[in-house]
Structure formats: structure tokens, C-alpha cells
Design a binder for this molecule. Sequence first.
Ligand code: PA5
Ligand code: NI
Length: 194
Amino acid sequence: MKTEPFSFMINSPGFIPSYFDNHIKRHLSDMKGQFNNKEAFQEVLEAGDKLLYEVYELKRPEIEGEILHGISIVHPGKIGEEYYMTKGHFHTVLETAEIYYTLQGEGMMVMETPEGDWAVEELKTGGVLYVPPRWAHRSINVHSDQDLVMFFAYPGNAGHDYGTIETQGFRKLVLSKSGKPQIVDNPHWKPPEK
Ligand code: PA5
Ligand code: NI
């Protein structure tokens, strides 16, 4: 980890940062219980453990004042009607935001609060998305054959709470209907306990 000011490049094609500390790869087997169609999940998994998305992280001390940042690349594909997507999470420190800048592709960011409010924003090349504090977020690649590539940045002390989403799911799903992405209710969503 660097302590002096530093720069790096994110160039197309590929968009792999010229400098990074961590390369995280998430496969289908890391996403158990997350996709709506369990039979399709099992079927695709048995055919091979596909790589769904990758994250290139620049490590920073996980403290207030630092900014964690990097690149996420969600590959194209579907499990049944549901597009490849990230696990999604709340930040452990709920009152922390995140910024995403889309470098390539087409997608959707599905978001929700602990109270069950929800929002879906389109992700497109050149677009900036601000995820306010308290909003869980999941990125979804809706393109048929192009990677969704985004630069992200969030506070060093944010942390990741994956457990809440693993248990309750997101309220909304994005499914491919007649070749177009459609936002639908998640039949398995568990409303937050009051
Ligand atoms: O912190 C973020 O929101 C991103 O950097 C994500 O970690 C990245 O998009 C991968 O998603 P997830 O952490 O939900 O697997
Ligand atoms: Ni986040």
C-alpha cells in the first residue's frame, strides 16, 4: 500500500488498472441463494463454475478519511431470465455513501434501504451514480455480450455487510423479458423486521 500520492491508469480495452492490490473473482458458486430461479442456477452450475464478476481493488487503511476505490467488471450472461450481477451489500457503517462511474457497458443498480424503500438507476457509459448513505447496492449487467465496467469509490471505514442481503434478498429483481430488462418484485424478498 502506498503512503505517498500516486496515480494509475484505467485504459480501454480491458480497463484493468495499471496498479492494484487485490484482484477478487466471484464465481457462480459464490452466489448460492442469490438468483431467483434455483433450478436454472443448479443447471448452469453443474455445467461449470462460471466467472460472473471481478473487482480490482486499491487497498487503503479501513479508516474514516481514507477512500477505497477500484474497478468492478460484471461479465455478460444470465441464469434463467436473471442477468449476471454482484452479490450486493449494505455498508457495515450504514451512514457511508459510494460513487460509481460507468466506463463501459449497460446495466442497472438496484438499491434499497433497511426500511424497504427501493430505487433502480440505469448504468451507462459516461454515467455517474451516487449511492447515498444507508442504501444497499447491487450492480447488474443487462448487455448481451459486453462487460459492465465501473470505477467505484467509498469511505475507508464503510465495510461490507453481505449477510443482510443473503438472508432477505433485494426487493426488486431485473429480469430479461422479450430481450429487454424489466424490474419485477422479488417473490422471495423478506421485508425488514419492524
Ligand atoms: O463496494 C462496492 O460497492 C463495490 O466495490 C463492490 O464491492 C463491487 O461492485 C462488487 O460487489 P459485491 O461487493 O457486492 O460483491
Ligand atoms: Ni459498496
